[in-house]
Design a protein around this ligand. Structure first.
Ligand code: GLU
Length: 474
């Protein structure tokens, strides 16, 4: 049997990390089994679904490269199919029309709550029965599924184990509202059946729906898929992850400078493990993934760990991969890399010092753009009159370098130190501030090598002017 899984978001908001993790697990399981993955947009709630949310979900899935083999399907385009099956259930008396008005249902619910019983629809309740009997043929009606009254529903959740719910706990669910719209619990069953979904991987918030859905599968004569319900994600404070915890939309992580692979690696470990391994390539995730190793307990979000992984991927990924995602941040920060070194070389040099692509873009700037001012603290400390001779000599020697490479520049610094009898710091630091404008950077010879001769010479000149001006104003 070919494994087929799906991700079925309701487009009422952006793709958040909980949804992304569900999508990832579902996708990984399909890939692990050489199966297929379907994207389905569950947009039956016409009031709360928006095109903007649909676009945001697709954008998030694409950014994470959770590519789907089929879809996106839209439930709103499948109303005819749902209605056809609802008619069949009606004809077989597996569903029935319910004319009971909302006011009566509310009244009964309140009575039940006051009596301390679980509120549920009871077709035999005298008030409900009376309302149904009194209805005229043209009165509005909903359609309810006739849930079995005897026995229980049992399923083997791949994560949570065996679950058994007595049918006496379940009431007759509305499958089509009085406005004609079929409801979630019905559509999801029809879709998973029609789309031949073998494994339903979804959030634990749906676990109460599953027994109801299984009864609908049975009524339709459809095979019941295997279920896996994933535990929740909590914020680092232990509360349910919410907007309050900051970046919860997947695209916010793009904006905050994360690589998609870092987020995927973070999400896969958030509730799933393979020994004590922390770093997983896409291929390894696919190879090792199994539903049964997903944790039953909720996982807490930890931003420090995500940053650590992001740094790992910035440092260790192919620079071309990093460059692809860095470009967006370079654009955001107005950094034009057309004049200057290959950005991949900058990434190799600067990347390991950066936890995010925002930092990496900011640290790339001086390789491409000149600056008017030096960092004030760094200049105050290092661009002082005592540095004048060292910078002047370094400038002359840099100008004379014929074969522009890191070793030659390293030699320039060593020669200046030797000739002026200065320690490395007394030469290296002023030079660093001169060429980068700031007090911190990777090894200054490697930095100068990438910045290029003309710019390095001009910038040392600019630093010398700064010192001269400082002397004049002293
Ligand atoms: N549309 C549902 C949601 O976004 C998911 C339904 C399912 O996975 O079965 O919560």
């Amino acid at each position: 049997m070919t494994v087929k899984t799906r991700f079925a978001p309701s487009p009422t908001g952006f793709l958040h990390v909980g949804g992304a993790r569900t999508a990832l697990y579902s996708w990984l399981f399909a890939k692990n089994r050489g199966g297929e993955f379907v994207l389905r947009i569950e947009d039956t709630d016409l009031e709360r679904s928006t095109q903007e949310a649909i676009d945001a979900i697709i954008e998030g899935m694409e950014w994470l490269e959770l590519n789907w083999d089929e879809g996106p399907y839209y439930q709103t385009k499948r109303f005819d199919r749902y209605n056809q099956l609802i008619d069949e259930l009606l004809a077989q008396d597996k569903a029935y029309k319910c004319y009971c008005p909302k006011e009566v249902l509310d009244e009964v619910r309140e009575e039940q709550m006051a009596a301390g019983v679980k509120p549920r629809y009871d077709a035999n309740h005298p008030k409900i029965k009376a309302a149904n009997d009194a209805a005229t043929a043209d009165a509005p009606f909903a359609i309810r599924f006739r849930n079995p009254t005897e026995g229980s529903v049992v399923f083997d959740d791949q994560i949570r184990g065996r679950i058994e719910i007595s049918n006496s706990e379940l009431d007759d669910l509305i499958i089509r509202r009085s406005d004609g719209a079929p409801t979630y619990n019905f559509c999801v069953v029809v879709d998973d059946w029609d789309m031949e979904i073998t494994h339903v991987v979804r959030g634990e918030d749906h676990i109460n729906n599953t027994p109801r859905q299984i009864n609908i599968y049975h009524a339709l004569g459809a095979p019941v898929p295997t279920f896996a319900h994933c535990a929740m994600i909590l914020g680092d404070d232990g509360a349910k992850l919410s907007k309050r915890h900051g970046a919860v939309s997947v695209m916010q992580y793009r904006d905050d400078g994360y690589l998609p692979q870092a987020l995927l690696n973070y999400l896969v470990r958030l509730g799933w493990s393979h020994g004590d391994q922390e770093i997983f390539s896409r291929e390894e995730m696919i190879e090792f993934f199994s539903l049964t190793s997903i944790s039953k307990s909720a996982s807490a979000f930890n931003t420090d760990k995500l940053l650590w992984l992001n740094n790992h991927y910035i440092k260790n990924s192919d620079p071309a991969y990093v460059a692809k995602y860095l470009q967006w941040h370079l654009d955001q920060q107005g950094i034009d890399i057309t004049q200057g070194p290959d950005i991949k070389d900058v990434i190799k040099l600067v990347g390991e010092r950066c936890n995010t692509l925002i930092e990496l873009a900011a640290q790339s700037r001086y390789f491409y753009h000149d600056f008017d001012a030096f960092d004030a603290d760094a200049a105050k400390k290092h661009l002082r009159p005592v540095a004048k001779d060292a910078l002047a000599l370094a400038k002359a020697k840099v100008e004379a370098v014929a074969d522009w490479n890191t070793e030659a520049l390293h030699q320039v610094i060593a020669d200046v130190c030797a000739e002026l009898e200065l320690g490395m710091g007394k030469v290296g630091m002023p030079l660093r501030v001169a060429v980068t404008g700031q007090g911190q950077s990777p090894s200054v010879d490697a930095v100068m090598m990438l910045i290029g001769k003309d710019r390095v010479v001009a910038r040392i000149g600019q630093a010398l002017d700064f010192i001269a001006e400082r002397e004049a104003n002293a």
